[in-house]
Design a protein around this ligand. Sequence first.
Ligand code: A2P
Length: 274
Amino acid sequence: VTDTAAATPAPRKPALPDAQTVTEVQHYTDRLFRFRVTRPPSFRFRAGEFVMIGLMGDNGKPLLRAYSIASPSWEDELEFYSIKVPNGPLTSRLQHIRPGDQIILRPKPVGTLVHDALLPGKRLWFFATGTGIAPFASLLREPETWEKYDQVILTHTCREVGELTYGRELIEDLRTNELYQELFGAGFEKRLHYYPTTTREESHKMGRITDLLRSGEVFEDLGLDPITPEKDRAMICGNLAFNLELKALLEDWELEEGANSDPQTYVVEKAFLD
Ligand code: A2P
């Protein structure tokens, strides 16, 4: 004899598929914020990869966007750095998440901004605009980056000074946090060069990185030799126009675009917008 009343489950709100819990949220400007979520024990990724994340849409279907993972692969949480688009289908809602809320995290990270897509080299250049700094925030905190290269140069071009805060804090953490000291030994200043620029607000360095590379000003400022395909490797992540212009510049300098299946001397990925 079965007790049908007891066997019938009470109607419940459907569980979010691939749900993870938000642990931390920090807002930088009215256009930028970062957040952290729990990481499933089975979730593996390579530094520099992106993953689909999102929220449940009003139509009951997941509303997902590609986000670079900003945290290193050894951390037990996942960090994301996001733009807030006022009418963006996802970010207009995502910007309101708070610790304890749930988001959807799809399980399959992918991407080309990975060490596997580059041939060995001496210097590694990270060229970012806006939220395109996210994959480099992961790679900079990855021991493999410092095992493979003598020097890493991060350039970050934003419209306004406030948009540089995430990167500044990241570099300051790398410089001062004991956790990272063994990555650099005594040579932090020699091994990591940080080159932030703004284009629409006064700062100590103004201009698009593409122009500053072309004129040679970047190399003069940093006291570094120009880029050559023998010693330099590069990763590009920014808006579409920036990616295209920088690709052309690197190809003028005889670097070649690589992929996971065909490692070469530079790789590129779009910073995704809502
Ligand atoms: P600019 O202010 O001169 O357009 P956005 O917020 O539009 O994605 O831009 C982020 C940064 O990328 C801005 O500082 C912008 O400069 C810069 N940028 C846009 N297009 C290019 C490009 N083709 N080459 C270099 N930098 C660019």
